[in-house]
Ligand binder design. Structure first.
Ligand code: F6P
Length: 547
């Protein structure tokens, strides 16, 4: 019998929060800090080696209590346990959600359909390590006997964003004698530019696709095969030394012509956007080596354990997830900015976009009824300090409320003069300016003419989190990614949505399959779309024929 699910908006605490919000919305962070001189020490938490200062949020201790109560009422503890236990919590696809098993230590036991999956995870890791070592040492050679110097990951979405982000983040740990590229877009420019200066005889393609049917990835994979075969004479036989696959679909891998001995598997309980620490991370492991990859997994695991065991009031992902709900649903914030003050994390916001928006961009609850509240915010961001000279103007003085996550490291990987102190000074300064602003009196006291004063006032009261870690390492990257994974999970539990499906990407894919032959056919096709789409198709067909 279907279980009666209480709508979020009917929960007692939800309504208490709505009433409480009216008071908090009128409070200024200036006053909250003045009233409680220790707020900046009290509203902080350290867990799994990361330090979170959440004091510059528009909350009181009562807000926090209510949000924690909401988590309890929403069954967060039960849902965390269900995920870690391997229950099929991705209900629309009837799948377990076990990215946490990808970083479980070898002795652990996580059972799915009667089988402990941890040994299989480690068996794949060992095979990945073997391939990585053979490539890094030069033992694995191309078909003509040349050493492999270039690795190109071909994949899209979760089969691309994680690998690119991790490669960029951990470049400092990578083998600089090798070149790593990432091809994702079906736009041929992506492929053409990635290979234009590479020697096919020295190039290995990793075709990364969970399904091995994704249009973009398979189109690029076929182009890669043609590019290789045009130079490396040896026909199909040469494929074995230049192509490996990462997939859950053995049959399609074999059909493509890749030796399944060179296939690295994962499982349906790993969602694409949660797969960077599965075999999808093969390019990462080749770049940074198996030991570094394992220490990244170690970092993930430390955060998993923190999330699983820490009391909610000291649980970083829980606190961040609850604050995200607070801003989305009570303050009506449409977006959230992620601002890493670490150049190596330049692709982290793009990675988070898929993680957060594909997970919680949902409009129905688990029981299929429409939500009566806002769900996932729009995530975006750029590394500091670049953003400061671009969009920060709107965050400081615009009309919209944009909660920010600042991410910084105490130690730099590239010590150079005063750079790092300047970088970190900017993180602290931005969070301070956003929170406390500058009043008209303060502006006037600087001798500003009256007419200019309103332009130079900073209202402040703009919320942010500051996340501090010691140094960007494979381990701290793992912790940071897991922090956001579990924050996304927390939000999804409160909103009562399935954070692990992505039906919203299907319709466009199907329509594209219908339009492709209409663009390609020699004869004028009979078009049955709306008048706009029909017209665009006709116009494109006409202009592609013109010289
Ligand atoms: O765009 C939807 C999606 O299914 C993502 O969830 C996934 O990460 C991506 O496509 C790539 O899928 P695959 O790994 O199967 O090629």
């Amino acid at each position: 019998m279907a279980k009666q699910i209480i709508q979020l908006t009917e929960r007692r605490t939800w309504n208490a929060l709505a009433a409480h919000y009216d008071g908090v919305a009128r409070m200024h962070l200036r006053k909250l800090f003045a009233d409680d001189p220790k707020r900046g020490e009290r509203m902080t938490v350290e867990g799994a080696g990361l330090y979170l200062d959440y004091s510059k949020n528009r909350i009181t201790y009562e807000t926090l209590q209510l949000l924690l109560q909401l988590a309890d009422e929403s069954g967060l503890r039960r849902r965390i346990d269900a995920m870690f236990r391997g229950d099929k919590i991705n209900i629309t696809e009837n799948r377990a959600v076990l990215h946490v098993a990808l970083r479980a230590p070898i002795g652990a036991s996580i059972v799915v359909d009667g089988e402990n999956v941890v040994p299989a995870v480690h068996a794949v890791l060992d095979r990945m390590a073997d391939l990585s070592n053979r490539l890094r040492s030069g033992e694995w050679k191309g078909h003509t006997g040349k050493r492999i110097r270039n690795v190109i990951n071909v994949g899209i979405g979760g089969s691309d964003l994680g690998p690119v982000m991790a490669y960029e983040a951990l470049k400092r740990y990578s083998d600089r004698a090798m070149t790593f590229r990432f091809v994702s877009n079906v736009d041929a420019t992506d492929f053409a530019e990635a290979v234009q200066d590479l020697d096919p005889e020295e190039t290995l393609f990793i075709i990364s696709s969970k399904t091995f049917t994704t249009l973009e990835t398979m189109t690029n994979a076929h182009s890669a095969r043609e590019w290789l075969l045009a130079t490396v004479r040896g026909g199909e036989k040469s494929i074995a030394q230049h192509f490996v696959a990462v997939s859950t679909n053995r049959a399609e891998v074999a059909k493509f012509g890749i030796d399944t001995a060179n296939m690295f598997g994962f499982w349906d309980w790993v969602g694409g956007r949660y797969s960077m620490d599965s075999a999808i991370g093969l390019s990462t492991m080749i770049a940074i080596g198996p030991d570094n990859f394992r220490s990244m997994l170690g970092g993930f695991h430390v955060m998993d354990e923190h999330f699983r065991t820490a009391p909610f009031e000291r649980n970083l992902p829980v606190l961040m997830g609850l604050l995200a709900v607070w801003y989305s649903d009570f303050f009506g914030a449409q977006t959230a900015a992620v601002l890493p003050y670490e150049q190596y994390l330049k692709r982290f916001p793009a990675y988070l976009q898929q993680l957060t928006m594909e997970s919680n961009g949902k409009q129905v609850t688990l029981d299929g009824t429409g939500v009566k509240y806002d769900t996932g915010a729009i995530y975006w961001g750029e590394p500091g300090t670049n953003g400061q000279h671009s969009f920060y103007q709107l965050i400081h003085q615009g009309t919209r409320l944009i909660p920010c996550d600042f991410i910084a490291f105490s130690k730099t990987l590239n010590p150079l003069g005063r750079h790092h102190d300047m970088l970190v000074a900017n993180v602290f300064a931005q969070a301070e300016a956003l929170a406390f602003g500058k009043t008209a009196e303060e502006v006037k006291a600087e001798g500003t003419p009256d007419w200019l004063v309103p332009h130079r006032v900073f209202q402040g009261n703009r919320p942010s989190n500051t996340i501090l870690a010691d140094r960007l390492t494979p381990e701290s990257l793992g912790k940071l990614v897991a922090l956001y994974e579990h924050s996304v999970f927390t939000q999804g539990v409160i909103w009562n949505v399935d954070s692990f499906d992505q039906w919203g990407v299907e319709l466009g894919k199907i329509l594209a399959q219908r339009i492709i032959p209409e663009l390609e056919s020699k004869a004028e096709p009979a078009l049955n779309h709306d008048s706009s789409t029909n017209n665009l198709i006709r116009r494109y067909r006409r202009s592609k024929e013109e010289l």
